[in-house]
Design a protein around this ligand. Structure first.
Ligand code: ADP
Ligand code: GLC
Length: 487
């Protein structure tokens, strides 16, 4: 081990391309890569889902570890990310992780009943790394979201903690809330079950534990770091976050240009960049054919790729779909989640064949093709910690329409007359969670779509923006050093 390098264990419940349900998976692949390029010895720790074990090139198996009396012994596996050099530690405990279904839910969409133990165990293994119980001795344990948020609490109560903890919050709306019996199950002392601790209205909140006990807290955009200190967006933890604001930093996510780049994207019919932007049209034609949409250059094609949850604002879109179709646009939606929303969208698609396409499910290839093939990308989120698709859209010459919230407000520059004049505009921004405002904003965008010179300028401005991870990865490195140097 090169001891002069900064040593970081990056803990997460998902990481592309092994397992991904949303942006967390993208970030937990791209950020460690960016850190390694800046000479940080960063290694990942993931749960041993079947997909992870099957797709990793495994190189080593460590001895079994007994952590909880009623649980089978756990093996720590070590592998290498496919096509990468990032070492990955895997918590191998088949009874907890090897199941049919998703990382957090069964096939019917119900949360796994033992999620407290499943992610308590992940957090516990991360804490053992923080106690330097293994060969790799990290100086920082970087936790991501509630599934890893017990680690800072375990280390705060440990007499052998040798690492500092960073708690990155990708979404306040998911806290990991369980019954009080969890405290004992996951091996925390009873005194942690306290309002000055992880107690949350008589229950245990994993995320509160992370926010309360971590040395530093980050969120995935500067604006969301402010948002979550308010009652509206704080999900009951705004006061705690305000108390800890000296340790709270918003660091904007980047995008992985090896995966999301129209010039090299392996999923596209035709690659393109700012010099041959006209080739984007070919991807639109191919997408229309694939989705069985009418081929017409006159109609703008609007895309959405999204988890179908309350957060993403689909309820603002549904009521205006008939009006949009009437006004001459086409819509391509890829998403999955809430069954009522899925059914509603499918019913609308059946009413408007050739004009509206709805694909229910998770489809990585189609997601790239929608980014490249659509003209406008819609993200009317009620809240958005960062959002990646608006950045993918801008770099694919697809103009985003977003609500002014969280990371969307930090990344999209509204097409006001002044911003257009100064060649700064990259998209359209509306304020309130209101279908009429969204409709008005969409109408403005459609009008501008027909003004080719201005549209082209919006595309070029977005495509030349730097959304790479470099800058943000450097901010994380400063934070790591700051944590190490602070008692
Ligand atoms: P969130 O993490 O809240 O879902 P982000 O915008 O940060 O939102 O990231 C979403 C990521 O998940 C993007 O990479 C997006 O392309 C992907 N994604 C979401 N839904 C689907 C889907 N149904 N099929 C394929 N990719 C999807
Ligand atoms: C979460 C947020 C999203 C963010 C992603 C990655 O899932 O909802 O806004 O981009 O995490 O940080």
């Amino acid at each position: 081990m090169n001891s002069s390098k900064l040593r970081v264990l990056f803990v997460a419940a998902e990481s592309y391309p092994l397992v991904k349900t949303g942006g967390l998976g993208d970030v937990c692949y791209a950020l460690p890569n960016a850190l390694r390029q800046l000479d940080v010895d960063v290694r990942l720790l993931l749960p041993g889902y079947s997909a992870v074990i099957e797709r990793l090139s495994l190189v080593e198996v460590h001895d079994s570890i007994n952590i909880y009396p009623l649980l089978e012994p756990i093996r720590l596996l070590v592998g290498i990310m496919p096509g990468e050099i990032t070492p990955v530690y895997v918590v191998d405990c088949p009874s907890l992780y090897q199941r049919d279904g998703g990382p957090y839910q069964d096939i019917t969409g119900k949360d796994w009943e033992d999620n407290a133990v499943r992610f308590g165990v992940l957090s516990k293994i991360a804490a053992l790394f923080g106690e330097h119980k293994f060969l790799f001795k990290p100086q920082i344990i970087h936790c991501n979201d509630w599934q890893t948020a017990i680690t800072p609490a375990l280390l705060a109560f440990s007499s052998q903690a040798h690492a500092k903890t960073i708690m990155s919050v990708h979404n306040m709306a998911y806290q990991g809330i369980f019954g009080p019996e969890t405290v004992e199950q996951i091996g925390l002392p009873p005194e942690s079950f306290n309002m000055f601790g992880l107690e949350f209205y008589g229950k245990v909140s994993f995320l509160k534990a992370g926010i309360y006990y971590a040395n530093q807290i980050t969120t995935v955009s500067p604006n969301y770091a402010k948002d979550i200190q308010t009652e509206t967006y704080g999900c009951g933890l705004d006061i705690l976050l305000t108390e800890r604001q000296q340790q709270l930093t918003g660091i904007l996510n980047g995008i992985d240009l090896d995966v999301w780049n129209p010039d090299t994207d392996i999923h596209l019919n035709r690659n393109y960049n700012i010099r041959n932007l006209s080739a984007k049209v070919r991807n639109t034609q191919v997408l229309r054919t694939k989705l069985n949409l009418e081929n017409s250059k006159q109609m703008p094609l609007i895309g959405m790729i999204t988890r179908l949850t309350e957060q993403k604002g689909m309820d603002l879109v549904i009521p205006i779909i008939p009006l949009l179709i009437k006004a001459g646009v086409q819509i391509a939606i890829l998403g999955s989640g809430d069954k009522t929303l899925e059914n509603h969208l499918q019913r609308l698609a059946a009413i408007y064949p050739k004009k509206m396409s709805v694909t229910i499910g998770y489809d990585e290839e189609l997601s790239h093709q929608i980014e490249a093939g659509t003209n406008i990308f819609l993200m009317p989120s009620k809240f958005e910690p960062c959002g990646l698709n608006q950045m993918y859209s801008m770099s694919y010459g697809t103009i985003p329409i977003v609500r002014r919230t969280g990371g969307l407000a930090d990344t999209v520059i509204d097409a006001t007359p002044e911003n257009i004049k100064n060649k700064l505009a990259t998209g359209f921004v509306f304020e309130r969670t209101n279908s009429n405002e969204l409709l008005y904003c969409l109408q403005q965008a459609v009008k501008m779509f027909h003004n080719k010179a201005v549209w082209n300028q919006l595309q070029i401005t977005g495509m030349t923006r730097d959304f790479s991870w470099q800058k943000s990865a450097k901010q994380y490195i400063s934070l790591y050093h700051h944590s190490i140097n602070t008692i």
